[in-house]
Design a protein around this ligand. Structure first.
Ligand code: ZN
Ligand code: ZN
Length: 615
């Protein structure tokens, strides 16, 4: 324009600055600023407001303030930009004084700025400032109209202060759809899923965002079944899901580990045009991996036209939990060949695969590669994998060295994994040390209590056994109850340890008796090491034989149709006795048994397990 001889006037500047602000183009914005100075436009209030917006939009709040302070006439727009900018950069300490200054100035405050601040504050989850700001509004006799009430509810819900949010929400009339959704999300995030459902059920009108919020609350919480039910309800009510809903439902299927449901959702995805979406496909890989369907995960992976680092990492992670280190490593080499840069998650999968397959040297190499070649700073998870790698390989001193040399403090998982390794290799002294560190971090850790009392009993340190038992009683340590789920014909059955609540309870327990005697003929002997010492022998046997996965297996065998694989999802790590039990059962009954425990899969077939007894 200038080259063609046109004269640029001050009206061109606000548009230029707005464009720069929108794409955070700081250097171009500064060029425009310099040009404006040369042309003598910077005393124009519109240009000044544009400059404030440009600097604030580029995250240079101090530079915005310099321009703002020089303005002779500040209109409400400039004030709003400035206040919004301080919220955006987290400088809440400056927001209140600035609003007070604004109130003293000619520019009258409007309720819009208060709503803006409230919503910024909710997004930032800054409850302390939110409360102070609420007080400020009340003290200054600002009119709290309907919009402001809504903004207050959303702010408290965003900050997780659900009591405040709900008490304001109760008085809100009519109940705004977006505000109700914010309450549902707030309750879900706080783990109060039933409270969220109450609000959800009271709503007369629901849109997709609202359904999605409720579904995601169930999916991420402890009730993934309900997420899937609700999804069906939503479809029946005629609402079409979007990508966000689908990701929640896929994650629900993954958490549930239920294959029939997973396959159903996958075909819905294929039939409704979601199958080309990268994040959806990535989630599908993860879902099948968690359902123990490595082949289906591979099929999704191979059909994808576009793959990113998450795709590759998910597939590597799938091989890792399945104990297939060779393929995990192969995939890593392919990934490198295709010039995809691995990230920290990729290496967690790789190190995990190595530790579960006993590949010590390979694991060490990968750790060094991650640090030296990819400049990834190891996180606690990576150190945890290394402790596990050495621990499982009976290199307990090396495992301890990793713990002692890691830059952050080891957590209970890391000490727990050293303790578990010591238990396997009967390393009493170091094991006792590790168990005590576990108890320092988690005084209620049942595994550490049981481990220590077993050590003391084995060494006949009866005084210590008594002390241990006493502290356990005093603290009320209860072994976290095992829970196993089994899916039959699309329906999920749940069993707790020694559960007697199932409708077919009698049949299940007599089936279990039958299974135990069949297996004993084939050489099964109950292993008492994984039970508390202070039970008598009969109680011990019961405590062991009634482990939830044995109940689930019995039920599976009871209802099994020929040829089908039995799939069990367990909340805790599978114990040695159950592991042996499943192996023998797979041979005696000629059945494939797939157990997902807290950390990995065990595929029992013909008397052996895919983990090669190394878990
Ligand atoms: Zn068990
Ligand atoms: Zn196994």
């Amino acid at each position: 324009m200038r080259e063609r001889g046109f004269v640029i006037d001050s009206f061109s500047f606000p548009s230029l600055l707005k464009a720069a602000a929108r794409v955070s183009a700081l250097s171009e914005g500064m060029e425009v600023h310099g040009f404006g100075i040369k042309m003598g436009f910077v005393s124009d209030p519109f240009v000044q407001t544009g400059l404030v917006a440009m600097y604030a939009g580029c995250g240079c709040i101090e530079d915005a303030r310099l321009v703002f302070d020089k303005m002779s006439e500040r209109d409400i727009v400039a004030w709003n930009i400035m206040i919004d900018g301080y919220c955006g950069s987290g400088r809440y300490d400056i927001v209140l004084p600035l609003i007070e200054e604004m109130q003293r100035s000619h520019a009258k405050t409007d309720s819009k700025i208060f709503s803006t601040v409230l919503s910024a504050c909710g997004r930032a989850k800054n409850l302390e400032f939110g409360k102070a700001f609420h007080k400020f509004i009340a003290k200054n006799n600002v009119l709290i109209d309907y919009n402001m009430q809504c903004a207050l509810v959303v702010m408290y819900a965003g900050c997780g202060s659900m009591d405040m949010a709900n008490s304001l929400f109760k008085n809100l009339s009519p109940k705004d759809l977006a505000v109700s959704t914010a309450i549902i999300t707030g309750y879900s995030n706080a783990g109060q899923i039933d409270a969220a459902r109450l609000i959800f059920d009271e709503m007369t009108e629901k849109d997709l965002v609202c359904w999605s919020a409720m579904i995601s609350g169930y999916a991420e919480g402890s009730q993934p079944q309900k997420a899937i039910c609700l999804f069906d309800e939503m479809l029946n009510s005629g609402i079409k899901p979007d990508q966000i809903t689908m990701l929640s439902v896929i994650s629900a299927c993954a958490n549930l580990g239920a294959l029939d449901n997973a396959i159903k959702i996958h075909s819905y995805i294929d039939e409704n045009g979601f199958s080309g979406i990268l994040p959806v496909n990535n989630a599908l890989i993860d879902m099948y991996a968690k359902c123990g369907e490595l082949d289906r995960a591979k099929r999704v992976f191979s059909r994808m036209h576009r793959r990113n680092v998450i795709t590759w990492s998910s597939m590597i992670g799938a091989y890792a939990v399945y104990g297939d280190a060779i393929n995990a490593l192969n995939l890593f080499h392919q990934m490198k060949a295709q010039k995809i840069e691995p990230n920290d998650v990729t290496f967690v999968g790789l190190l995990y695969a190595c530790s579960h397959a006993g590949l010590v040297e390979e694991g060490q190499k990968l750790f060094a590669l991650m640090v030296n070649e990819y400049n990834i700073i190891p996180k606690r998870k990576h150190y945890g994998c290394m402790v596990d790698l050495y621990g499982r390989a009976n290199l307990l001193k090396k495992a301890l060295e990793v713990i002692e040399e890691m830059p952050m403090s080891p957590n209970v998982v890391i000490w727990g994994s050293l303790m578990a390794a010591c238990r396997i290799y009967n390393e009493v002294e170091l094991g006792e040390y590790a168990a005590k560190r576990v108890l320092e971090l988690d005084p209620y850790h049942d595994g550490a209590h049981i481990f220590l009392s077993n050590i003391y009993a084995k060494e006949k340190r009866w005084e210590n056994v008594g002390k241990m038992r006493k502290t356990m009683q005093e603290k009320g340590v209860i072994k976290q109850r095992g829970c196993s789920k089994i899916e039959l014909d699309g329906e999920i059955h749940e069993f707790l340890t020694a559960d007697k609540t199932h409708v077919q309870v009698d049949e299940i327990y007599s089936k279990l008796d039958e299974v135990v005697s069949d297996l004993e003929v084939a050489g099964y002997v109950p292993n008492m090491c994984s039970v508390l010492v202070d039970l008598d022998d009969e109680e011990k046997t019961k405590a062991l034989l009634w482990h939830s996965e044995k109940l689930a297996l019995s039920y599976g065998l009871l209802r099994r149709r020929n040829g089908s694989c039995i799939r069990i999802i367990k909340n805790l790590r599978v114990c040695e006795d159950c592991h042996n039990f499943m192996k023998i059962a797979s041979k005696v009954y000629e059945v494939d048994i797939l157990v997902r425990d807290r950390t990995r899969f065990h595929h029992y077939k013909d008397g052996v397990c895919s983990c090669k007894d190394y878990w």
